[in-house]
Design a protein around this ligand. Structure first.
Ligand SMILES: Cc1cc2nc3c(=O)[nH]c(=O)nc-3n(C[C@H](O)[C@H](O)[C@H](O)COP(=O)(O)OP(=O)(O)OC[C@H]3O[C@@H](n4cnc5c(N)ncnc54)[C@H](O)[C@@H]3O)c2cc1C
Length: 409
């Protein structure tokens, strides 16, 4: 890890500082909580064990896949959409109103998409029209679709830009500091205790280290994913995230329909090797033209770090075939990790005034802002944010931050 980014180091945590909200974790969900709170006029401190965001929030596709969600996830995704748009403007990071493309390579995939399209927001295309929209090999697709309203962000830049914006709004960041325990109104860290009126824990899968009993109850484990970034000679830019039939097996809006059954049975029978790595064959193109290619899934409480070359080769082979290109160049490989649990979200008041939140499947970029906004509203009251003065006057609130001198790195 490089030098501490000055925008991501402790600014003012001296004796006497007090916070309405202490957030642990500076991934997209912790940042979303800090943003919701500071916009409500609350004072906020974010504690982060690293010197910059390096977790799931920078390792993903940047696909804000709103229209493929249903139920609670859809509500949270819709709630976060406006925040993404506003933040991209105010914090000045790359984001586009791209929609999402879906390449169908079999009639059962088209039938599934058509069934989902009955509730609106999905446009269906025949082979030629779809091949004009996406730089895929027209001989391998039978048609396709576009989900309206979805967004694409650059995950490599968004979180750091949001940190800088939050600093400009007055949020205090304490870096290189690990939260080790939490009580109502106080977070114990490797540099001393940080006190505040309310606490949000947004530590993703590391909730099993901080609050193991809560993690066990929510059946949280780690899902590790193989990812690669490639350069490939596409016939045209890919203007939106691109999903395939494999993706339809996992997104709520599609996988809840009866028409998914023949798709799953066919894909699993035809390609047990890809089913075994739990493939979600999808792509996003970054502003520099490189393509994020993914992904595999493996769940384990303590996954091993070794990435099988066969899995990565499968990702590459599938990309070559879908885009009809003879070769590509791998620029980077990495392992992503996210929390995987019993439901789609962990959102629980674990102690009075302390809320633990996480996306417990791979939709935290899409739903994380909505989840964070809801948690802040639950802690402070949606329409009546609690001011520092009110918290100071209330019983059981701690209004002083007592960090040891090492907090200023
Ligand atoms: C490969 C991959 C692809 C994905 N693709 C998508 C996608 O396209 N669309 C989508 O919606 N979602 C996607 N996801 C899921 C999404 O990235 C995550 O759900 C989301 O980023 C989680 O955000 P977070 O803030 O909870 O976690 P993180 O970004 O991991 O942040 C948690 C932070 O907490 C810090 N922390 C942990 N413990 C402590 C502690 N004790 N003290 C202090 N700090 C601590 C960590 O250092 C870290 O910075 C993907 C995930 C992966 C891995």
């Amino acid at each position: 890890m490089g030098e501490i980014d000055p925008q991501f180091s402790t600014s003012s945590t001296g004796e006497g500082a007090s916070y309405d909200l202490v957030v642990v974790g500076s991934g997209i969900i912790g940042l979303g909580a800090a943003y919701a709170a500071v916009r409500s006029g609350l004072s906020v401190c974010v504690i982060e064990q690293g010197t910059r965001p390096t977790g799931s929030s920078i390792r993903n596709f940047g696909h804000l896949c709103i229209g493929a969600q249903t139920g609670e996830a859809r509500e949270l995704a819709e709630a976060g959409r406006e925040t993404w748009l506003r933040l991209s403007r105010d914090a000045d990071f790359w984001l586009r109103e791209s929609g999402t493309l879906i390449a169908a390579r079999h009639n059962d995939e088209l039938a599934l998409i058509e069934a989902a399209a009955q509730t609106g927001g999905i446009e269906i295309f025949d082979t030629d029209d779809f091949a004009a929209l996406a730089p895929v090999n027209r001989h391998v697709v039978v048609g396709g679709a576009r989900i309206a309203g979805d967004l694409q962000a650059n995950p490599r830049t968004a979180a750091e830009k949001i940190v800088a914006h939050l600093v400009s709004l007055g949020v205090t960041f304490i870096s290189r500091t690990t939260a080790t325990a939490v009580e109502s109104g106080v977070v114990h860290t490797t540099r001393g205790s940080v006190r505040g009126g309310r606490v949000i824990l947004a530590v993703n899968h590391d909730i099993d280290r901080l609050l193991p009993a809560i993690a066990e109850e929510a059946r949280v484990q780690r899902c590790v994913l193989d990812m690669v970034r490639v350069q490939m000679p596409l016939s045209a830019p890919l203007d939106a995230p691109l999903l395939t039939g494999w993706s339809l097996l996992r997104y709520g809006r599609f996988e809840s329909l009866a028409e998914v059954v023949p798709v799953r049975e066919r894909l699993h029978a035809a390609r047990p090797d890809l089913a075994a790595i739990d493939l979600n064959q999808m792509y996003t193109q970054l502003p520099d033209g490189s393509m994020i290619v993914g992904d595999t899934h493996h769940r384990d409480p303590s996954p091993l770090p070794f990435q099988a070359e066969d899995s990565q080769q499968a990702l590459i082979d599938e990309a070559l075939e879908l885009f009809g290109v003879p070769s590509l160049r791998v620029i980077e490989r990495w392992q992503g990790v996210y929390a995987s649990g019993a439901g789609e979200f962990l959102d629980r008041e674990v102690l009075p005034g302390v809320r633990a939140i996480a996306a417990t499947t791979g939709i935290g970029m899409t739903c994380g802002f909505g989840l964070a906004q809801r948690a802040v509203a639950a802690l402070f009251g949606a329409d009546a944010p609690v001011s520092a003065a009110a918290l100071a006057a209330a019983p059981n609130n701690f209004t002083h931050t007592e960090l040891s001198k090492e907090t200023t790195p």
